[in-house]
Design a protein around this ligand. Structure first.
Ligand code: ADP
Ligand code: MG
Length: 766
């Protein structure tokens, strides 16, 4: 009962978070669709709240969704209202905010669900049905004062238009206050006292609503329309007034279809883009609200989401009706709508009763009424005494006229005064004894007084009227007679509902029985299958272990293989380096003909697994120069002389002669590329003449050392060695000296090995 809600304390008014309620309604196939032979692709199980959508072109690809309530093609407006919307409107009457929005493709029945045909009770949609409920409730509620107002706006291409304003082209902005949240600035709202009045407001708005033609539906609405009903109620408890405010938003969204389906172009295309923008912003808000890890909710992305901010994740109870069409060609859109709706199910709102808000209009009305009453009171005070003529029968039995004084109120007093003035005026005009000037003066005075009295009376009347009109805007609930009738009606309705529920329960029981039977069958099959499953599981486990081992082995092998490749590569590099070094030595230190001979002599020995060097063939040996004989038979080192001779003869005959035995003597004759001198001869310190003379004298007897390496024989050299050892003035080692001397001589003949490496000009030899 309404009065019971007033007893709730503030703590109770704050309810725990509750989910957005999502219901789906499927309309019947349209006439055109039937004519075109369209098939239904939607299966609805109203008892389980289940919807199955089948792709007829691809059997087995069915999609299932579950919702709080689902309504099939045969659903009646009133059923939908009673089941889903009535509880929501009832909570708005208690002081909660409520939102109902219809979402879906164009032509699926959003406007039908929200508006229907208001004049036909069977076809009435949510909005007109809510009017009935609101005013019935107010009439039933005793001792509570209500103020109901309605606004109607439209968001068209991201611009807000007031559908109740005379200037429907004017654009409105949003504003945000701590008490009322996000509202439209300067939006007109009409105070209504009855169903008739609020229906009139709705009709005016509907005629102003923008509609445009697209392929989808002949009069498809391309805008989002929001009908707002604000219900304020005041309950007096003791000496205190308690005000509660509930706001009901009823939103008929524009079609959610993709632009490609509408065949829109030009202005229509731009329009569709903007409509899609706000709908996709709505989708993003829903998505962000149901994601756990999102802090930012993009309400500000569109005007629609800003305005519905409280309805989505805020202080509101929200019901979303997802409208779908059953025809197979709408399969994709139907799935999209159902997915959208499915996501919205997870939005959590925190509704609370809006108690004593600072900006409640009802409070403003009450204080204004109070003020007017006070003014009126002051205007009615200050009456006076008036003389009345009364007829009375005297003691003598004759009727006499007396004049009596009476104290009256201000209103009466003014009336008397006006009457008195009129009489006075009449008397003066009839009095011929007065001169014209005097008469005029007196009449002027009387007119002035009469005017004053009139003005006072008019002001009081205006005040009275204003007060009356303000008071009339507030509805005082509770008409007992009406209440009984309504209750009777309600009772009948409830009985009908109980009967329906019973029927539904029977259906459910039958369905449950059938399912139990099915479950039993499935259980038997299951037992057989289970033993099969357990043996297969064992096998599978074994195989799995095997697989794991094999996989591990493959990994190990791969690793080993990789390691081997690395080692081999390293070895190959080492060998290459080694080979290059050897090749370098061979090329530089072994003559090509020797190399050739050597290569010929080398053979791979399979037995030893190694290269072996073969002996010279006899032919080869013949060709080889025989070992030169020493000129002095007993002396071994005559070869030097022989080599010299051979070289000279070869040089003369210009034939290359290979001196096989002493290869170090196989020296090439090349011109020296002498560098320019960069040093100076040593010049010793100047010696005093007497010291010089003494030194010369000392050296005079010394035998000058002359070494001819070519002619020097061993004995001589030994002798020289002996003598040179004693000579401190000469170099430390006589051998070295001899060698260096002979070397010097040789170098004179055969320039040093500067041109040896890599140069193979005209080859000479001994
Ligand atoms: P929307 O507003 O989604 O574009 P409408 O409400 O204009 O769609 O519906 C399109 C047509 O389908 C209308 O002629 C309407 O009467 C019809 N219709 C929609 N829903 C139903 C329903 N549940 N039962 C019967 N007719 C319906
Ligand atoms: Mg519509």
């Amino acid at each position: 009962m309404p009065s019971s809600t007033s007893k709730k304390n503030a703590a109770e008014s704050v309810k725990a978070a509750e989910s957005v309620k999502v219901v789906v309604r499927c309309r019947p196939l349209g006439r055109k669709e039937v004519d075109d032979g369209r098939k239904t692709c939607v299966d609805i199980d109203t008892t389980r709240g289940c919807i199955e959508v089948k792709k007829l072109s691809k059997p087995g690809n069915d999609k299932q969704f579950t919702f709080d309530n689902v309504f099939d093609q045969n659903s009646r407006q009133i059923d939908l209202y009673k089941t889903v919307f009535q509880p929501l409107v009832a909570s708005v009457l208690e002081g909660y905010n409520g939102t109902i929005f219809a979402y879906g493709q164009t032509g699926t029945g959003k406007t039908y669900t929200m508006q229907g045909t208001p004049s036909d009770p069977e076809q009435r949609g949510v909005i007109p049905n809510s009017f009935q409920q609101i005013f019935e409730h107010i009439n039933q509620t005793k001792g509570i004062q209500y103020l109901v107002r309605a606004s109607y706006l439209e968001i068209y291409q991201e611009e807000i238009r007031d559908l109740l304003s005379k200037d429907t082209k004017k654009r409105y902005e949003l504003k945000e206050t701590a008490d009322s949240g996000v509202t439209v600035k300067d939006l007109s709202s009409f105070v209504v006292k009855s169903v008739k009045e609020i229906e009139h407001v709705m009709n005016v708005g509907n005629t102003n609503r923008a509609t445009a033609y697209t392929d989808m539906n002949e009069r498809s609405s391309r805008s989002h329309a929001i009908f707002i009903t604000t219900i304020e109620c005041c309950e007096t408890m003791g000496t205190e007034n308690h005000i509660r405010v509930g706001k009901l938003n009823m939103v008929d969204l524009a079609g959610s279809e993709r632009q490609s389906k509408t065949n829109a172009s030009g202005e229509r295309f731009r329009e569709a883009t903007k409509i899609n923008l706000s709908l996709s912003a709505l989708g993003n808000v829903i998505h962000a609200l149901v994601e756990d890890n999102t802090n930012h909710i993009p309400y500000r992305d569109s005007k629609l989401t800003r305005l519905l901010q409280d309805s989505l994740g805020g202080n509101s109870r929200t019901v979303m009706v997802a409208n779908i069409g059953p025809a197979d060609y709408n399969y994709d859109e139907t799935i999209t709508t159902l997915r959208y709706a499915n996501r919205a199910k997870n939005i959590k709102n925190k509704p609370k009763i809006n108690e004593d808000p600072k900006d409640a209009l009802l409070r403003q009305f009450q204080s204004e009424i109070q003020r007017l009453r006070k003014i009126l009171e002051s205007k009615t005070q200050g009456g006076g005494t008036v003389k009345r003529r009364v007829r009375r029968v005297s003691d003598t039995g004759e009727e006499e006229e007396f004049s009596e004084e009476e104290t009256v109120g201000r209103e009466e007093y003014i009336k008397e005064q006006q009457k008195h003035l009129e009489e006075e005026k009449k008397k003066i005009s009839e009095n011929h004894s007065l001169i014209a000037e005097e008469k005029q003066h007196l009449m002027g005075e009387l007119d002035y007084r009469a005017r004053q009295l009139n003005e006072e009376a008019e002001a009081r009347d205006a005040l009275k009227l204003k007060l009356q009109s303000m008071e009339s805007k507030l509805i005082n609930g509770g008409d007992v007679i009406q209440k009984t009738a309504i209750m009777e009606k309600e009772l009948q309705e409830k009985q009908r509902k109980i009967a329906e529920e019973k029927q539904r329960a029977d259906e459910m029981r039958n369905a449950l029985k059938a399912k139990e039977e099915k479950a039993q069958e499935a259980k038997e099959t299951f037992n057989n299958l289970q033993s099969e499953v357990s043996s297969k599981t064992k096998k599978l486990t074994k195989l799995f272990h095997k697989l794991q081992n094999a996989e591990q082995e493959i990994k190990d092998l791969q690793e080993a293989h990789r390691q081997e490749i690395e080692d081999l590569t390293q070895t190959m590099h080492d060998l290459q380096r080694h080979l290059v070094t050897k090749q370098l030595i061979i090329n530089n230190f072994i003559p090509p003909c020797d190399q050739e001979m050597f290569y010929k002599r080398t053979q791979w020995d399979d037995l030893t697994n190694n290269w072996k060097i073969c002996r010279y063939e006899s032919e080869e040996l013949k060709e080889m120069v025989k070992r030169p004989l020493s000129a002095i038979p007993s002396q071994r080192h005559a070869t030097c002389q022989v080599g010299k001779v051979q070289m000279l003869t070869a040089h003369a005959s210009e034939k290359p002669v290979v001196f096989l035995r002493y290869k170090h003597q196989n020296i090439l004759m090349v011109d020296l590329d002498l560098p320019s001198r960069t040093t100076r001869d040593y010049e010793g310190p100047t010696v005093a003449p007497h010291i010089k003379a003494a030194l010369e004298a000392a050296l005079e007897d010394e035998e000058e050392l002359v070494v001819d390496a070519a002619k020097l024989n061993k004995r001589e050299r030994r002798k020289k060695k002996k003598s040179s050892r004693t000579d401190n003035m000469m170099s430390k080692s006589s051998d070295n000296q001899i060698y260096s001397k002979s070397r010097k001589r040789e170098e004179e003949l055969y320039p040093s090995a500067r041109g040896l490496l890599g140069v193979t000009p005209k080859r000479t030899g001994f």
